[in-house]
Design a protein around this ligand. Structure first.
Ligand code: ADP
Ligand code: MG
Length: 412
């Protein structure tokens, strides 16, 4: 943290007054169904985006720099939200989009200086994009005095990603980054946006293994899956995926054609797996998790076709682990590269990580970025001590609480 403050000072010549932390997230099960009115089961993780900021000079604009994007500093406008097309600047469309989404509600950001640091691998399926959006949203709220519920903020951030970045994502990433609760997984109903926090067993570790293959969601496969599902829903004659059962999908197989049938089968079987996963956690039966994770990954590989050889290999290697203590493996996030999630008893975690690393090296001749995370609290904003205590109180009010329902005091 001190090193980040030093970098801020060296770049902007003043001390930061605000620190915002927004975690990445890992999804345990419920993949690609947040945009299909499904249920999902993510947790916020320890890797995070840290944003440091200070008010700027009255004549200045919004000066922004990301440590992950080279040395260039950029200036954003508080009134012109035209997306950037220069490849070196497209990352700015996330903050610009959030500025634009808040401006639609009459909220603007005053001149300020912003530095962004990150431990969430970009494009790794751990939702660096939603972390960046949420950090920006909290900055706007902190400096404008706007207060927004976790749910309202998530909806604005999702809009930024849809309209400015061109990725038609569901709501899971933004909601889990905002609503994370330490040592809990979040059972999110993506139709109502209700969030139930379920305690995660203290003796099971979440191990994340990053394949090193980065995805590019705006490239189109993500959008193609969404369009397939829209077409399937129309064929099924339903208004919402929540009405669609496996029986209906099977009855309509010929009418759907093979590809749409498989997409639809994933949508409904994955939803059921999330329900079963939640029941297993609530009732203290972790021995039921491996079969659900195996079936979830197989469905993503065969029916939804969003895995890749590296992800399939890591999941298979996880299930090959013979000592006891493995509670399942699957890809996590949108796929096409990115990361896998493995649940492992804490007594076996270090042997397990060694096993994955050596198998990956054997076959892909590459080092595996593999780490343990616990479930963390969601995005929050704190002030450095020089700011007024009243401001601190307001920021703290933005922190997620342990209530199991997210309120929605501001609609997006
Ligand atoms: P994921 O959310 O799974 O990490 P996405 O493709 O949705 O992957 O988002 C990754 C994009 O988000 C990056 O290509 C970049 O544009 C932006 N991004 C993520 N982290 C940062 C960061 N620290 N600084 C600037 N841009 C970032
Ligand atoms: Mg993303």
């Amino acid at each position: 943290m001190t090193a980040q403050v030093d970098q801020f000072r060296a770049r902007f010549g003043s001390d930061p007054t605000l620190r915002i932390e927004a975690p990445g997230r890992v999804n345990l099960i419920g993949e690609h169904i947040d945009y299909l009115d499904g249920w999902v089961m993510p947790a916020a993780i320890e890797s995070r985006i840290t944003l440091l900021a200070a008010p700027g000079s009255a004549a200045g604009g919004i000066e922004i720099w990301s440590a992950e994007q080279g040395d260039s500093q950029h200036e954003l406008s508080a009134s012109d939200f035209t997306p950037r097309t220069n490849p070196e600047e497209t990352w700015l469309n996330y903050p610009i989009g959030v500025l634009g989404a808040y401006a639609e509600h009459g909220v603007t950001l005053a001149a300020c200086r912003v530095a962004i640091f990150s431990t969430v691998p970009a494009g790794g399926g751990l939702s660096s994009s939603a972390a960046l959006e949420t950090a920006m949203a909290l900055l706007i709220e902190a400096l404008s005095g706007e207060t927004c519920s976790t749910r309202g903020r998530a909806l604005r951030c999702q809009k930024a990603e849809h309209d400015w970045v061109g990725v038609p994502c569901g709501i899971m990433d933004q909601l889990s980054v905002g609503a994370g609760i330490k040592d809990h997984v979040l059972h999110i109903d993506c139709l109502t946006l209700d969030v139930e926090a379920i305690p995660f067993p203290a003796d099971i570790q979440m191990v994340i293994a990053h394949s090193g293959v980065n995805h590019a969601l705006a490239d189109g496969e993500y959008g193609k899956r969404r369009r397939d599902c829209e077409a399937a829903l129309e064929e099924l004659g339903a208004a919402s995926w929540r009405e669609v059962t496996l029986e209906l999908v099977q009855q309509c197989r010929d009418q759907l054609g093979e590809r749409l049938f498989r997409r639809a089968r994933h949508a409904v079987t994955e939803r059921q797996r999330v329900a079963d996963f939640a029941t297993a956690l609530r009732s203290g039966h972790p021995e039921e998790l491996p079969a659900l994770m195996r079936a979830g990954h197989d469905s993503l590989r065969e029916d939804y076709e969003v895995t890749c050889p590296e992800l399939d290999f890591l999941v298979d290697a996880g299930f090959e682990f013979t000592p006891s203590g493995h509670f399942g493996s699957r890809m996590t996030g949108a796929g096409f590269g990115g990361a896998t999630i493995h649940l492992v008893h804490d007594s076996a975690a270090s042997t397990y990580i060694e096993h994955l690393r050596s198998r990956y090296r054997e076959v892909f001749d590459r080092d595996l970025n593999c780490f343990v995370t616990s479930a963390s609290e969601g995005a929050h904003c704190t002030t450095f001590t020089s700011l007024k205590p009243t401001l601190e109180k307001r920021f703290l009010n933005n922190r997620p609480t342990s209530s199991i329902r997210t309120g929605n005091s501001c609609t997006a």
